[in-house]
Design a protein around this ligand. Structure first.
Ligand code: NAG
Ligand code: NAG
Ligand code: NAG
Ligand code: NAG
Ligand code: NAG
Ligand code: NAG
Length: 509
């Protein structure tokens, strides 16, 4: 099943990748009972924890954010995700020196490279999928497709909630292998699942990754994790996720067989059999059984991806994608987020980009725009929160959303204090460790500009740039390699122009 030339890189992955829930060696009965997840660095001396014998990190108590969260959630004592990860899983973990990262401090922090992780890496460039050459496109599609099949060599997922995690006999931890892509879907599901209160009953109204300020920071880390996992899987540290400009005015322009799948000729809600993604099967769809049994989604796959772009005739408002002016308007919203830091926030950049307010930030309960609208437009798997990442277009929809977030950070240069420290919904305060990523990472760690701090940048031509640049963008859309390189060159020039003019013109570029 696995190509043999991939084996060396998968061995490497065995040593290096560590993000998600949880490293395999932290899921033994003893480790779970000790509440300490401090694995040894692969080249550390006997007894090593966190690379401490190499000076990379130390095993320390985890200090969690105790500031109060806001309403409506009040089932903290019954939900294993409250005070993540201390309340239900681990209260000690590795704390790495600033240049290192990973469950064992075995990786370089984002944007760092070299044997001691002290060198600054060139930021990776996340580009428009349509600006890639045909070879680059096939490589992206093949990499994402492989990630659906490649078992994550390091991370395993829980298949039961905490109260049943040791199995019926109390001695058998309930974790299992998961593929790289299914882990990406599982983490999202885990962050949105309702609270199980026992006796076949679940209570909703809780969401650790949507409808609050953490929406942007959570999904940013989610993508960073997938990108690193794919880099490690391929043995290629330069692999970058591309984005889908869902404001191109061309509908689902990535819905083609050599990209993310055209429509099936006779079943409007299915993918064309010529697309590799028509063979994908979704995970996390058995919500009714998880909710009544108190179980969790696992790596067992079910039905195919459903998608009917623009096909929701019962809801005309979501039959068209957002427009460039919507992006321009949300970028000019001054405040990152506003009380109650929820899907009802008014004048909030986050709520406008997430899509529960008008693009200019004005709250209007009947509006769906930007990110939400792009999801709803796809009318299928990608439109249902708990399973949406099963459609690989999710990845590119979210890189574009993240690009808008990064552009907003660059323009507005916010103080950290603009991210609420308290009273946001559970999971959404700035110092909260995002559920369920491992090693623990806080919302505020992702509230920084990507090129300077996270090792990647976007190549986007933002609305409002001079018309001649748009001309080049259009030429680029003809997709010959020459035009593509011309577009790349022009967008670099354009970035410089935007940076220079932005100081005195605020957001009008
Ligand atoms: C961490 O968890 C262990 C095991 O449940 C417990 O014995 C210990 O007291 C906890 N430590 C702290 C600081 O909460
Ligand atoms: C559990 O649910 C059953 C059926 O709905 C009910 O009869 C029983 O009283 C419940 N038990 C508890 C402890 O709530
Ligand atoms: C995995 O999920 C499937 C489908 O919901 C379920 O039938 C199966 O029992 C689960 N497996 C484990 C190990 O929990
Ligand atoms: C897709 O559109 C149809 C027709 O309006 C609607 O009934 C269905 O609920 C939509 N499905 C999703 C998942 O949005
Ligand atoms: C809210 O949005 C709807 C749909 O676009 C519109 O008809 C309505 O006038 C808006 N309400 C306000 C108060 O702006
Ligand atoms: C950020 O905000 C805090 C609290 O309002 C303030 O004390 C601090 O000086 C601000 N920092 C900068 C760089 O503006």
């Amino acid at each position: 099943m696995m190509r043999s030339d991939l084996l060396p890189s998968l061995m490497l992955l065995l040593l290096r990748a560590t993000r998600g829930q949880f490293p395999r060696e932290c899921t033994t009965l003893e480790t779970l009972r000790s509440a300490e997840c401090c694995p040894a660095h692969p080249t550390g001396r006997p007894g090593d924890r966190c690379g401490d014998t190499l000076g990379r990190g130390t095993c320390q108590p985890l200090l969690v954010d105790m500031l109060p969260h806001g309403p409506p959630f009040s089932l903290d004592a019954q939900d294993e995700r409250a005070l993540w990860p201390v309340q239900s899983f681990f209260n000690r973990s590795c704390v790495c020196a600033p240049q290192y990262w990973g469950a064992r401090c075995d990786l370089c922090k984002w944007g760092r490279t070299g044997p001691a992780c002290l060198d600054r890496a060139q930021p990776l460039t996340r580009r428009n999928m349509l600006a890639l050459t045909s070879e680059e496109r096939s490589r992206v599609v093949a990499a994402i497709d492989l990630s659906k099949r490649a078992i994550h060599p390091d991370i395993v997922i829980a298949t039961q909630r905490r109260e049943s995690i040791l199995g019926p006999d109390g001695q058998t931890p309930q974790f299992e292998d998961v593929t790289v892509y299914n882990l990406f879907v599982w983490t999202h599901y885990y962050s949105v699942m309702p609270t199980y209160v026992g006796n076949g009953t679940t209570v909703g109204g809780v969401d650790f990754s949507h409808e609050g300020p953490a929406f942007l920071t959570w999904h940013r880390f989610h993508l960073l994790q997938l990108e690193r996992d794919i880099q490690t899987m391929l043995g290629d540290p330069n692999f970058a996720l591309p984005f889908w400009d869902f404001t191109s005015g061309q509908g689902c322009d990535l819905c083609m067989d050599d990209l993310f799948g055209a429509q099936h000729p006779s079943d409007r809600e299915a993918l064309s059999p010529l697309s590799v993604f028509s063979r994908w099967r979704v995970v996390c769809e058995d919500v009714a059984s998880y909710n009544s049994l108190g179980t969790i989604c696992n790596n067992t796959e079910g039905g195919p991806i459903r998608r009917n772009p623009g096909g929701n005739v019962g809801r005309p408002m979501v039959m068209n994608l957002p427009e460039p002016d919507d992006v321009r308007q949300c970028l000019s919203t001054e405040r990152f987020d506003t009380p109650p830091f929820y899907s009802t926030s008014d004048d909030s950049f986050r709520n406008a980009l997430e899509g529960y307010a008008e693009p200019n930030g004005h709250y209007n309960s009947s509006v769906r725009t930007l990110h939400n609208l792009a999801h709803l437009y796809l009318n299928g798997t990608a439109s249902q929160t708990h399973i949406s990442p099963n459609d690989p277009l999710f990845v590119l929809l979210h890189t574009f959303t993240d690009a808008i977030f990064d552009e907003w950070l660059r323009i507005h240069n916010p103080n950290t204090s603009e991210f609420p420290a308290e009273d946001a919904p559970i999971g959404h305060n700035q110092a909260f460790y995002m559920v369920p990523f491992w090693p623990p990472v806080r919302n505020v760690d992702m509230f920084v500009t990507a090129p300077e701090n996270l090792g990647y940048k976007y190549e986007v031509i933002w609305p409002g740039t001079p018309p001649f640049i748009f001309g080049i963008a259009w030429i680029g859309s003809l997709r010959s390699p020459l035009h593509t390189s011309l577009q790349r060159l022009m967008s670099q020039i354009c970035t410089v122009v935007m940076t220079d003019t932005n100081h005195n013109t605020n957001i009008s570029f």
